[in-house]
Write a protein that binds this ligand. Sequence first.
Ligand SMILES: [Zn+2]
Length: 366
Amino acid sequence: MLKGRVRGRNVSIVAHVAHVLGARVSRAARTFPAVRAAGVTRAALARAALTQAALTRATLTQAAQVDGLSPVARPVRVAAVAAVAVLLAGCATSGESGGTADGPGGDTTGATPGSTATSTTAPRSDATTQRLDGPPGAVPRRGEVRAIPATGSLPPVISSIPTTRKVVFLTIDDGWEQDPGFVQRVRDQRIPITAFAMRDAVEAKGTPDPAGGPGQFVGAGKWGYFRSLRDAHVPIENHTLTHPNLRLLGYDAQRREICGSSTIIRRELGTRPTLFRPPFGNYNTDTLRAAKNCGLKTVLLWTATVQPGGKIAYQVPDKKLRPGDILLIHFRPNLARDFQILVNKIKRRGYELGNLQAYLDAATNR
Ligand SMILES: [Zn+2]
C-alpha cells in the first residue's frame, strides 16, 4: 500500500515539475524578444530560468524528505534535471558543472539552493556523470596497502586495514532505525559506508537497541530502506538473521543464521554479500567454516565504536584514530545528526573516508 502511495506521489510530483518547467519554457520564449531588446543576453535569461528551476527542484526534494518518502527524491531530481536540460537545449551557455551533487543534506559546500543554482548549468559533461556515478570514497594508491596473509582456506578475520594513509572506514550495523534523512545525506554527500543488515532488525521483529533514545523510524521501510541504501552505493552485507552469540551455537545452527541472511539479502536486494560481521564480534572456527560455506570472503570486525552524539569509543588507550581504522555505528535514533558530527570530526582530524571494498580487495589480492 505504501508502495502504491509512493508511486502515485512520484507521478504527481513529476507531472508538477514538468508543468512548472513547461510553463517557464513558454514564458521565456514569449518574453525573449523583449528581453533581448532590453539588452539582456540569452545566457543570462537561461541562468535566470535555471535558478528558478533549481529552486523548484530543491523545494520538491525537501518536501519529499519531510514526508519520509526518500524514494521520491530521486525521480523528482531526475525529472527536474532532465527538464532543465530541455530548458537549456537552445541556449548558448557554458560554465561549471557539478551542480547536481548538492541537496538538502549537502552542507559540506555551505551553498544555499539559490546561490548554487546561479553557477550551475545542465550536467552534460562526462566527467560530471562519472563523478556522480561511481562508488564513493578514497581508493588505495598503488602499493599503499600491505597484504593481509591468507589463513589457510578459511576467510580472514580483519579489524583494520593495513595502511599508513590517514583513511578510516565507516560501517553501520543491524537496521532498526530507518531514518530517510540518513540515506539522503549518504547519497548527496557521497559518503562511503558499508551496511551489515540483520533480518530481525530490518523487519522490526523484537525489541530495538534502546541506546540513543526512542526510535522514530523503527522498521519504517523494511527492506525497501536497504534498497534505497543500495541505490546510494552502499554495499549491504551479512550480519545474521537473529543476532545470536554464535559461540553458543553449533556449526549447523551457525550456518543457518549466516546462509539464511545471505539468501534473504539476495532475494530482497539482488546482491550477494561477501563480508560477514559476527554479532558482538563473537566467533569461533565453526563460524569461519560456515561463513566460507555460505560464500563469504571476509569476516569483518572493527577497531572503534561510535556512540550516540557521534562520540567515538576507542579500543586503544590513547584515544586516537589510526590509519586504517574500521568504525562501527548502529542504525539508531538521531543517526543523521550523529553521523554528521562523526564525519566532521573525522575530517577535522585530517582523515579521509575510504571505500572499504576497494581497500579489502587490495589487502587480500582479490
Ligand atoms: Zn549487531
